[in-house]
Design a binder for this molecule. Sequence first.
Ligand code: NOJ
Length: 556
Amino acid sequence: MSNLERVWWKESVVYQIYPRSFNDSNNDGIGDINGITEKLEYLQNLGIDVIWLSPIYQSPNDDNGYDISDYQAIMNEFGTMDDFEKMLKKAHECNIKIVMDLVVNHTSDEHYWFTESKKSKDNPYRDYYIWRDGKNGKEPNNWGSCFSGPAWEYDKETEMYYLHLFSKKQPDLNWDNPKVRNEVFDMMKWWLDKGVDGFRMDVISLISKKPDLPDGKPGINGYASFNEPANGPHVHDYLREMRTEVLNKYDTLTVGECSGVTLEEAKKYAATDNSELNMVFQFEHTDLDSDENGNKWTDKKIDLVELKAVLSKWQKGLEGIAWNSLYWCNHDQPRIVSRLGDDKEYREISAKMLATCLHFMQGTPYVYQGEELGMTNIAFDDISDYRDLDSINAYYELTNKGVFSKEEMLRYINIKSRDNARTPMQWDDSVNAGFSKGEPWIKVNPNYKEINAKEQVSRESSVFNYYKKLIKLRKNNPIMVYGIYDLLLADSKEIYAYTRTLDNKKLLVVCNFTNKFVKFDMPKEFVNGNVLVCNYENSDIHANELRPYESIVIEI
Ligand code: NOJ
């Protein structure tokens, strides 16, 4: 399959729902499946094609559903299997596909496999997980958990350690065991037979560990990164097996969340021959505001020149070889308008500029709930208002170790916490932003009176209607999906400009990433072009300057 061969998952726009924070239909303060069903018309109006649902399976919620105790049951707080089936049916009637979150690097420690595995060294499930003896009375190696502390938990019963790259309630599965792979493949088929349309695969790049589990370079808390096992020795074998055993029998969208993925590795994961996955989420652009050791708790800003270099590397590097996913936001990232735009004076204009910049690239775009409204970060004054175990654990670990003061750490959490993306969706200006009549599980952003869906759907100039326009343009302009990308002005510290080319058509995309007027000379070949879209009301192709956060797309 060539990069230009037309396929639905390349032409789709995916909308991510974090169910806990989306819409609460029974007013218990927690979003649910019936809440999603109620909002399908809203999504249909926006024009998206696919929903990626963050996990909705049975879970003790140590990590909000990313710790699954039963892959074939629905979390009580979210509803029932019947609710799920109704939602799926209605989504399909609205021409919206549903992609599930497949979290199989680890399970919950409350999953039956693990409760069995823990019982004894000769339990039939023992080898479903990664058990090791300690070394000199300590952990088997120096790996750290993504959520602070070591990646190993000692089990007194059998006097061995088990590996957990995430919380200790998320033990890592042993993918080298063929029984584990078969269990996962059977479960995937079960969901596909129910009619779901694909999977987003959680940290799938971490499933294959080197057998000797070597130490890594320690970070600021003394442990090596949880990413140490990324792109391990058999990861591509296992994904190819998944392709032949499961995916080839269905028509799916698959996207691998690939922490630690390099361009060279992505060429295998997302190769156009469809031997593994359709596309991957890479993290090089979202890691640009981490420090040189990969520590995200800093106030470093993303540098535009670096951002362009990274995104262009991915655009050109995968061209004709593999397929890109395009994203600014998800449930683990701060809000993009606060991160790269201006969430005060130029909130709407900068949100639209950022959308333009992303949606005109080659790849499949992902919109995270509330991004289409220009929702912003939250800054809680007290750590007790945060719910995300990543932020909370890091706060205590790094302040107790004296790495940061409490004030410093809270400031970094305000900027980077995953809870920035997890405050409830802002539907209208009624109590709790119309998310729930009960007390929400996490506080609502107080700016909901100004920023909400109801106001934006009915206002032509809103961020919502701008996203709607971009999504529609993509449907009618194959050049947005398939055109060849070329960066211009690589060294400009203010402007992100690139072209897209397909057959005899060409687009110029120009985005001002600053709050100032910036000089811009229109390249000659575009001076007589048509303006396809602009984030200001009146566009002037001959102005020789860009207004604050202006974006303009010209076609010839
Ligand atoms: C990545 C997910 O996106 C994140 O939310 C989760 O905490 C970890 N994987 C562990 O499943």
